[in-house]
Design a protein around this ligand. Structure first.
Ligand SMILES: O=c1[nH]c(=O)c2[nH]c(=O)[nH]c2[nH]1
Length: 293
């Protein structure tokens, strides 16, 4: 009995692609996860390792980035159709292409034209500790994903023999905010109004504070909450630095002026910190009640 090659396909899965377009100070983003699968006459590579007909998955990935630059993303259906047709038209052995696109949707933070929150997924949290007749109330939120397409720099860091990171005076800054803030007293406050205001202050500070490091942005956000909300004694923030790396399109004769980014899920920087009132009462116990980062 002979053995034959059964159905097969191959491609690049989960290419994280972020495309920024600018109209003056008003920026727009398209944030995609793109997966490609090609089918066709692929017997040789499976049976003998002859790759003559294999359009490399790395090339498929590069094509997605280059097409974002060349044609823009616009509607994901158009983007996917263009990519899929290109693969089928360009390689005689490739007769079928399937392109899957997840578009991650963003909403504007209205304070400026270049800051966004990712839609959906945000969670409001509360942690309460009671010790005999005392109570501590810690409100918070997590998975609040924010991004700004300008107004962020990072330079002046030490360069040792293992440093490769380039200095930048204009980068995309993105993070998923986990925030916890401890209320000064256990008296009932208007929790809903307090939450809404803290959230608003966190967002507007992220958007409007010109950033020289995510650490600086973190502290500014926590400080702004304390300045705006007398009922809050301490704010803790945990903010992963969701890196957006400009894709080098120069091998394809294309420039990339902060337009097309690779947005890997990991690794990421993890920036954590807090701000508290100097006179914050019972900080030791409060530390325990607010919990770890
Ligand atoms: O805002 C930043 N803070 C860092 O500590 C850091 N480290 C790094 O590689 N990039 C960045 N960005």
């Amino acid at each position: 009995m002979g053995i034959v090659l059964g159905p097969n396909q191959y491609g690049k899965a989960e290419v994280r692609l972020v495309s920024v377009t600018r109209d003056g100070d008003t920026h727009s983003i398209k944030d995609l996860t793109v997966s490609t699968s090609l089918r066709g006459d692929l017997v040789d590579t499976h049976l003998t390792g002859d790759n003559t007909k294999v359009l490399a998955t790395d090339t498929q990935k590069n094509t997605a980035y280059a097409f974002a630059k060349l044609y823009g993303v616009h509607q994901v259906e158009d983007f996917a159709l263009r990519l899929a047709r290109h693969f089928v038209a360009g390689q005689a052995a490739i007769t079928g292409a399937r392109v899957l696109v997840d578009e991650h949707l963003w909403q504007r933070i209205e304070t400026n034209g270049h800051s966004f929150t990712r839609s959906g997924g945000e969670i409001r949290t509360a942690a309460v500790t009671v010790d005999h007749d005392r109570a501590w109330v810690v409100s918070g939120l997590k998975d609040l994903v924010v991004l700004k397409t300008t107004g962020s720099e990072f330079h002046g860091f030490p360069r040792d023999e293992f440093t490769t990171l380039a200095e930048t005076d204009d980068r995309v800054l993105a993070t998923s905010v986990t925030a916890r803030w401890r209320h000064s007293s256990d008296e009932v406050v208007d929790w809903a109004a307090s939450y809404a205001e803290v959230r608003r202050v966190l967002l507007s500070t992220f958007a409007d504070k010109h950033s020289l490091s995510l650490q600086q942005t973190l502290y500014a956000m926590a400080e702004a909450v304390l300045l705006a909300r007398p009922e809050v004694a301490e704010v803790r923030l945990s903010m992963p630095n969701k890196h957006h790396v400009p894709v080098d399109l120069s091998p394809f004769g294309l420039d990339n002026r902060n337009e097309v980014f690779h947005a890997p899920q990991s690794p990421y920087g993890l920036i954590e910190g807090s701000a508290l009132r100097e006179e914050a009462e019972d900080a030791g116990l409060a530390w325990y009640s607010i919990g770890e980062f």
